[in-house]
Each structure stands twice: as structure tokens, then as C-alpha cells.
Design a protein around this ligand. Structure first.
Ligand code: PMP
Length: 396
């Protein structure tokens, strides 16, 4: 029999989440995660995936995954440091370093465990981390795991960062101090002020860490936010994911060779968790090649992002501070946001509600993620649904 304490905890917790519109229902897809998805037998326009460039369903990636599987098998069989490193892993890391304009790179099984791994491999209880208040959950967890003192600064507030960096340095109580930020903020689509952050880092000798999960493949000719600002040889950690624009799965850090050498001997998911499977690596290598050869997909992504954003603004929606294709429609109230998303779904548009704790309370939103694979007709159809539902619910 289950513990009574556990049952009470679970049942009360779930009821409360449901009452407050915070319980996330999962809708399984019955096919690929492209611009049109199938849910419960019905096709819907998809505005909720991170598959920015449409590569998750690209035939070239699928062929590369099959070829790698045929040569190396379905799984890698071990952690990287035992015998789970194929020459394919090494090639991926070389390609990532080249792509990010750094000396070296290390690949992990996901972006989430990459942040957990890399932050805690370098920072410890004697250190401090200056962290943007809107940083991703995996950064927050990585910081917590390191046991360093976490000092949050106001979102993209350079003066607040400067004051806190000065205070942390002046106290003299810390060994190392790191500043850590998303490159592109995933819930608002705004870009971190990296040149200003780098300037502060140089004054106070801060270690710099940029999580570019949403900037890679999107900004800086595809190489990301750091390249966009011309800082490739200045930022210490260029972290990224292989799960969004690259279209597959995995995470990485690109940086100086000695940093990568250190992560290879000190980051726990590299040492203790089975490495990326061949199919994923083969597909990632193919995707990086496609990005390096042309910016065609990136250009299409931006054109689609601008088209949708202008359409939503014209309808009267609040798209917040978005500067990239990530386009939120900020609704506010959590229950209303969930209802709005549900009505859009009934109208053939899959645009998921994002509510607390993913975003602060009272800032519930629909986060629209147009991709390079959407057609203008699809975007027009989505905008028409936004108009119908917005009018019906008196939101516009
Ligand atoms: N960092 C950021 C900013 C993210 O948005 C995400 C994914 N939502 C991650 C890290 C984690 O990446 P992954 O999904 O590859 O684990």
C-alpha cells in the first residue's frame, strides 16, 4: 500500500494546481513535430515547437541518423569516459567548435544536463554567481547544484548587474565570480545585452557564461548571440542545445581548450551518464553542415517571425519585448491564458499556454514559435484564429 502521507501530498497538490489553472495537460503528437501536427486525429497549425529551422523533419537529417545507426548501432553502450565515445562524438565536437569559433567543445545528452554539468564543474561553495532573474530553469538548477552563492540581478538591468558585481568583488569573500545569462530569453524573445555584460565582466574579472539555446541557428549567421555581437573569443562558456534550431537532441559547451579539458574530467553527466546515441550525433553533424553552408533557413525563419509578429500587433496583442522570432502574446491571468490556448486549439492552432512557474505569476502568455517551415497561408490561418478567439474573449 502507498504511503498515506504521499497520497495526501499528491492529491492536494494536483487539485490545487488544477484550481489555479497551473496543471499542464500533455497532448501526444501522432506524427512529426513539423509546422502542422496531428493531435487526436486532427491536423493543427503548430506554433509551439523549438524546431526553429524545420530541421527536426528534414530528410537530410533523417538519412544521416539512419546511416549512423546502421554503422554504429542504436545505442552508445557506455558513458563517454569508459567506451561510449565514438569517433562520431569527436567529429561532432570538432564541428561544434568550428561552428562557434572556439578552440574546442564538449557535447552532453541534453541542454538541461549540460547546464547542470558545466556550472557545477567550475563553481563551488566558495564562489558567487550573478544570474539574470529570468534565466532558464536549467541554469538555476545548475547554479544551485554548484552550491555557489546565487546573486540575482534584475532582468537585463546592466546597472543592477554592475552594482552587484562591485559589491561581490568588494566583499572579497568569494573565490571565483561568474555572470550567467540566456543569450535569447526563451519566454520573451528578447536578446541579452552581451557587450555591456562583457564590459562589466572585464572590469571585475567575472567568468562569463551564455546559454544560447534560443540564439544558436537564429542569430549571428547561425552561430548565435555571441557571434552576433562579435564576442566569440571573449565569452568563456558558449553553451547551446542541439534540440532546438539543430532539430535533434543534446547540449554542448564551446570555449577554450583547457575549459573543455576540465569539463571532460569534472562534469558528472559526462562521466556517469550514457553518451548521445549515434542517430542523434549523425543528424546533428548534418544539421551543422546545413547551417554552415547557407543562411537560407535562418532568413526564412526571420521573415516568418516578422510576419506573425506584425500581424499580432496589428490585431492589438501585447507581444512584450520580443526582438526575435519568439513572439509571446501576453494575456496575464493564468486561467484566462489556458482558456485562450484551448479555444485556439479548437480553432485549429496549437499554441500552448505558458504560465507560472515557467513565467512569473500574472504574466501568463501564449508563446508563438513560428519556424522556417511555416508557409504564409499557415500564418494567415493562425492570425485569423487569433482574431476570432481574441474578439470572442474580449482580449482585443
Ligand atoms: N536552456 C534554455 C534557455 C532552454 O530554453 C532550454 C530548453 N527549454 C534548455 C536550456 C534545455 O535544453 P534541452 O531541451 O536541450 O535540454
Amino acid at each position: 500500500m502507498s504511503s498515506k502521507t504521499l497520497m495526501t501530498f499528491l492529491q492536494n497538490g494536483i487539485s490545487e494546481l488544477k484550481r489555479n489553472g497551473l496543471y499542464n495537460e500533455i497532448d501526444p503528437l501522432e506524427g512529426p513535430n513539423g509546422p502542422i501536427i496531428m493531435i487526436r486525429g486532427v491536423k493543427r497549425i503548430n506554433l509551439s515547437s523549438n524546431n526553429y529551422l524545420g530541421l527536426a523533419t528534414d530528410d537530410r537529417l533523417i538519412a544521416a541518423a539512419v546511416k549512423a545507426t546502421e554503422k554504429y548501432g542504436a545505442g552508445s553502450g557506455a558513458v563517454r569516459t569508459i567506451n561510449g565515445t565514438f569517433d562520431l562524438h569527436v567529429r561532432l565536437e570538432e564541428k561544434l567548435a568550428e561552428f562557434k569559433h572556439t578552440e574546442a567543445a564538449i557535447a552532453y545528452q541534453s541542454g538541461f544536463n549540460c547546464n547542470m554539468a558545466a556550472i557545477s564543474a567550475v563553481m563551488d561553495q566558495h564562489d558567487a554567481i550573478l544570474s539574470d532573474e529570468l534565466n532558464h530553469a536549467s541554469i538555476i538548477d545548475g547554479c544551485r547544484l554548484s552550491r555557489a552563492k546565487i546573486i540575482r540581478y534584475r532582468h537585463s538591468d546592466i546597472e543592477d548587474l554592475r552594482a552587484k558585481a562591485e559589491e561581490a568583488t568588494r566583499s572579497g569573500g568569494y573565490g571565483k565570480i561568474m555572470v550567467i545569462t540566456d543569450g535569447v530569453f526563451s519566454m520573451d524573445g528578447d536578446i541579452a545585452k552581451l557587450p555591456e555584460i562583457q564590459e562589466i565582466a572585464e572590469i571585475f574579472d567575472l567568468i562569463t557564461y551564455v546559454d544560447d539555446a534560443h540564439g544558436s541557428g537564429v542569430l549571428g549567421d547561425g552561430a548565435g548571440t555571441v557571434k552576433h555581437f562579435g564576442l566569440s573569443d571573449r565569452i568563456d562558456f558558449q553553451m547551446g542545445t542541439l534540440s532546438k534550431a539543430i532539430g535533434v537532441a543534446g547540449g554542448y559547451v564551446a570555449g577554450r581548450r583547457d575549459l573543455i579539458d576540465w569539463l571532460k574530467v569534472r562534469s558528472r553527466p559526462f562521466l556517469f551518464s550514457t553518451s548521445l546515441p549515434p542517430a542523434a550525433i549523425g543528424a546533428c553533424i548534418e544539421a551543422i553542415g546545413i547551417l554552415k553552408r547557407s543562411t537560407e533557413l535562418q532568413d526564412r525563419l526571420w521573415a516568418n517571425g516578422d510576419y506573425l509578429k506584425q500581424g499580432l500587433i496589428k490585431l492589438g496583442y501585447n507581444v512584450g519585448a520580443s526582438e526575435t522570432p519568439i513572439t509571446p502574446c501576453i494575456i496575464g491571468d493564468e486561467v484566462l491564458t489556458q482558456m485562450f490556448s484551448k479555444r485556439l486549439m479548437e480553432e485549429g492552432v496549437y499554441a500552448k499556454a505558458i504560465v507560472f512557474p515557467t513565467v512569473p505569476k500574472g504574466t501568463g502568455r501564449i508563446r508563438n514559435m513560428p519556424t522556417a517551415a511555416h508557409t504564409t497561408d499557415m500564418l494567415n490561418e493562425a492570425l485569423a484564429a487569433y482574431e476570432r478567439v481574441g474578439c470572442e474573449m474580449s482580449l482585443i
